[in-house]
Design a binder for this molecule. Structure first.
Ligand code: AMP
Ligand code: MG
Length: 487
């Protein structure tokens, strides 16, 4: 919905900077439907007006007029350090369509670009596009991607690449960093406007509370706790969990050097720029909690309006709910991944033993859980091919014995259990090497692999026997794709 704050200290009217000779690179019909945008794959070549708008060259189509595009200011903590003012340095909010804000990423400089060029390269735009849509299809809250429009305009990063504009959709792009910005300036009036508009548009239940701002904090924190549990459950690493990349709606936002786990390593670091591993897979929950502490601190002046001297204690207590909510969500999800639909003592210990063995043997995270669904409770150990992936046979055999024993306490039969497990253990995820193939083809102006991946990843829980090769672990000697903050 609409970004309702106005004024030079909050946002600035910013026109996208045109790109020469735009062309379609990618388009998501399902995202278009979400915002009732009258475009489908057949109308794309015909409707040039949307190509011009989504590339940042024009502001109106036959159906829509975007009269006041803006860039907003925010601040934030980056890699644990206060970074001061940041803002939409390369994102321009065109306006709202049907409850969705439409934002162009890479559409040129804004007042908040600092030293940047306001552009995004084709490579990173394709990654953002594919991952946004893949996450949505996995059932994980995320900003959506409508399209990628390319141009041959050169953009300098480590090497010279070409520019692209990714059109994103979300009910709101407000981040924790927006709160931190006004809090750091001690601008309570703006802070209040921000919280009030968020409550009015997205958290209306808070209005009934004695202290709406405390309840708003709790709601944002809860959504993000559940979000990170979902990330862990599908092996998603965000890569840059800075507070300016954390959504106030609990959406996955700002896809950069993200990565899905292939071979399970609990401390996997997907971002090549993250030398200390601050944002490693196993640290994501505690880092999200840390970001919620940043939000709590920014919201103190708001909570004080209703609760006075008690505010810090109330926020501290609310912050302590985070690990509890997270742990509950994580346990529920992972229990289901194992096919355990009842909760019994010892389940979590069983799960932790498995994760340790998977880590020790670098077992493919997605394929192991998917494969586990086809296990029959009557199978003898020697018939379980999943054992072959483990180095310590004795240990994993003991685990399978205990697991099969545990399955006997479930009321579901083998077939039902597999059906339910297949709805939580995806077969297809956006592995880095798959995205890389699509990118390399696109760099040669062949965009077919992007559509193919979009299609496969839109049905991640289906078998798709014709696409088996897209579910394989990359070969051990496959050159690893290095992704960094440079995009
Ligand atoms: P990110 O690491 O992409 O979340 O970006 C951090 C901050 O840098 C945000 O304020 C971005 O808007 C800004 N930024 C990133 N890349 C660029 C760019 N190419 N030009 C201008 N600003 C950028
Ligand atoms: Mg960002």
């Amino acid at each position: 919905m609409a970004f309702t704050l106005s004024g030079d200290d909050v946002c600035q009217t910013t026109l996208p900077t045109p790109i020469p000779d735009p062309y379609w690179v990618a388009f998501s019909p399902s995202a278009a439907k979400l915002a009732n945008i009258p475009l489908d794959v057949n109308s794309l070549p015909v409707d040039q007006s949307w190509l011009q708008v989504l590339g940042g060259n024009e502001l109106s189509t036959t159906n829509h007029q975007f009269s006041n595009p803006i860039a907003t200011v925010y601040s934030g903590h980056q890699f644990g350090v206060w970074a001061g003012q940041l803002g939409d340095g390369r994102a321009i909010l065109l306006g709202e369509i049907d409850g969705q804000e439409l934002q162009l990423k890479g559409a040129g400089k804004t007042r908040f670009s600092r030293m940047g060029d306001g552009r995004a390269v084709l490579r990173s735009s394709i990654r953002e596009f594919l991952c946004s849509e893949a996450m949505h299809s996995l059932g994980i809250p995320t900003t959506r991607a409508l399209s990628v429009v390319g141009s041959d305009l050169p953009v300098r990063r480590e090497a010279v690449e070409t520019a692209a504009v990714c059109a994103r959709l979300a009910p709101s792009f407000i981040r924790i960093g927006h709160f931190e910005h006004f809090a750091s300036l001690q601008n309570i009036e703006r802070l209040k406007e921000l919280a009030d508009s968020l409550i009015e548009q997205h958290y209306p239940n808070c209005l009934q509370a004695k202290n709406p701002y405390l309840v708003l904090f709790k709601a944002i924190s809860e959504r993000n706790a559940k979000l990170v549990a979902q990330w862990q459950s599908i092996g998603f690493c965000h890569g840059v969990l800075n507070s300016d990349n954390i959504s106030a709606l609990g959406l996955t936002i700002d896809y950069g050097p993200f990565g899905f786990l292939d071979r399970f390593q609990i401390d996997h670091i997907c971002n090549h720029s993250d030398q200390g591993g601050r944002y490693a897979y196993h640290r994501q929950p505690q880092i999200m909690h840390w970001n919620m502490a940043c939000l709590a601190s920014a919201m103190i002046p708001l909570v004080e309006i209703h609760s006075g001297d008690d505010s810090q204690n109330l926020l501290r207590a609310a912050l302590e709910d985070f690990p509890v909510i997270y742990a509950q969500a994580w346990q529920d999800l992972f229990r289901k991944k194992l096919g355990l639909f009842t909760s019994q003592e010892g389940d979590i210990a069983l799960l932790e033993r498995l994760l340790q063995s998977m880590h020790d043997s670098k077992v493919d995270f997605t394929n192991f859980f998917r494969g586990l669904g086809s296990l029959r409770a009557t199978t003898s150990l020697s018939q379980i091919s999943l054992r072959d992936d483990f180095i310590n046979r004795e240990e994993i055999d003991k685990w399978f014995n205990d697991y099969i024993e545990r399955l006997k306490n479930e009321s579901s039969d083998d077939r039902q259990r597999q059906e339910m497990m297949n709805q939580i253990n995806p077969k297809y995820i956006l592995r880095n090497h798959l995205a890389q193939v699509a990118i390399e083809k696109a760099q040669k102006k062949d965009f077919t692999e992007i559509s193919k991946l979009l299609n496969i990843l839109s049905r991640p829980y289906e078998e798709q026997s014709e696409n088996e090769s897209y579910a394989l672990t990359p070969p051990i000697n496959f050159p690893s794709v290095e992704v960094s903050c440079s995009s």
